[in-house]
Write a protein that binds this ligand. Structure first.
Ligand code: ATP
Ligand code: MG
Length: 359
């Protein structure tokens, strides 16, 4: 049988010669390159030399067990994307659940059906290749946006400067309507420059190298808020920070993240006589779940799917100024830290911005 997944390398990690032979005979029918390791140490050496497309992993290995080995690979940024199918005699519910929890993409129990195993391996290889292509296309599009935004910035700044020169030199030659029109053109050019700046911020939030250090979130949240206080000095804001843990993160990106969500909380509570912004955190399994809660204008949950799109806004610029990029940047930053972000809001009752960071 010819496969359209040629060049795929399948690695079998198993210490039983019979199991290896059965699996190899099934997979040989397809144009896969096969590699075999009889323990985790040998497997690791082979993976370092040449990364396989997919791994079929037994649970009971002579050196370390398959679960520990899977966890080790999933923690390594070079190997975390290799799909791992457990191929094992352990068919208890706990083992199956554990395998998926630690990142396996499938679980096949021995004795297995030849056609089924082949179908599962094919499906995972197909998904893996599609994911790679999608990522490539996404990165190309992202670089394209970055280049466009970057290249537009210089001519736009020139246009803005030229308008200013024109305004100064020809003011007396134009009537009031002409001068008003020029002012509008100047304002629009500034808006464009700002949009470009936000686009570049958005692009960089997804690209800049991450340098993780310990961040005391309790201190950091207070610091970020106090740096923003100037803009809000005429407002009555209670900024309450509960116990927050120390996380591992990139200080620059986490600051940009906090600035965006705190500035949202400040902005969308501007209609309140007394704004209350609260930061809390709880722990669950392997993650910290943070929440920034405000008593502002909230939003309609039916539009929640729009919140993280670039330049998408749920409130008008007349009510609250903004570009609609802040949360898109936040999503990128939190994803790059392995976490998630979502918002819960109720019109006129306030908003809760939730985000997770792995421990
Ligand atoms: N705390 C909040 N309360 C109410 N609505 C919010 C809150 N945070 C975000 N939103 C809604 O989500 C939209 C997107 O937020 P985002 O921060 O991306 O953009 P923005 O605040 O409008 O502009 P900027 O790019 O300057 O941050 C906002 O326009 C607003 O409608
Ligand atoms: Mg914002």
């Amino acid at each position: 049988m010819k496969s359209n997944f040629y060049n795929a390398q399948v690695m079998i990690i198993d210490d039983s010669p019979e199991s290896i032979e059965i699996a190899a005979n099934i997979l040989k029918k397809v144009d896969y390159q096969l590699k075999v390791a009889i323990n985790a140490n040998i497997a690791m050496d082979l993976i370092k030399k040449d990364k396989p497309t997919i791994i079929l992993l037994d649970v009971n290995l002579p050196d370390i067990d398959g679960f520990t080995f899977c966890e080790k690979l999933k923690k390594n940024k070079d190997y975390m994307d290799i799909p791992i199918i457990f191929l094992t005699a352990s068919n208890d519910e706990k083992s199956i659940q554990k395998a998926f929890n630690i990142g396996a993409c499938d679980y096949v129990t021995k004795p297995f059906n030849a056609k089924e195993l082949l179908a599962r391996v094919n499906t995972q290889i197909k998904l893996y290749k599609q994911q790679k292509e999608l990522m490539k296309a996404y990165n190309e599009l992202d670089s394209f946006c970055d280049i466009i935004a970057h290249d537009l910035k210089a001519p736009l700044l020139s246009i803005h400067q030229l308008i200013n020169i024109f305004q100064e030199d020809y003011k007396s030659h134009l009537n009031d309507d002409g001068n008003d029109l020029l002012q509008v053109v100047d304002k629009k050019s500034l808006e464009l420059i700002e949009m470009i700046k936000y686009l570049l911020d958005f692009s960089r939030a997804g690209k800049s190298e991450i340098k993780k250090t310990d961040i005391d979130m309790q201190e950091y949240c207070k610091k970020v808020f106090s740096e923003m206080i100037d803009i809000t000095s005429d407002r009555n804001i209670a900024f309450n920070v509960g116990y927050l843990p120390i996380i591992s993160g990139d200080k620059i990106l986490i600051k940009q993240f906090l600035q965006n969500i705190i500035s949202n909380a400040i902005k969308y509570t501007s209609v309140r006589k007394k704004a209350i912004i609260e930061f809390i955190c709880e722990e669950k399994n392997n993650v910290y779940i943070f929440c920034c809660k405000d008593n502002g204008v909230g939003f309609d949950m039916r539009n929640a799917n729009k919140l993280f799109r670039v330049f998408e806004r749920l409130h008008s610029s007349r009510e609250f100024p903004g570009n609609g990029v802040g949360l898109a940047i936040c999503k990128r930053i939190i994803q790059r830290h392995g976490g998630k972000i979502w918002l819960e809001g109720e019109i006129n009752k306030g908003t809760k911005c939730w985000f997770t960071i792995p421990k």
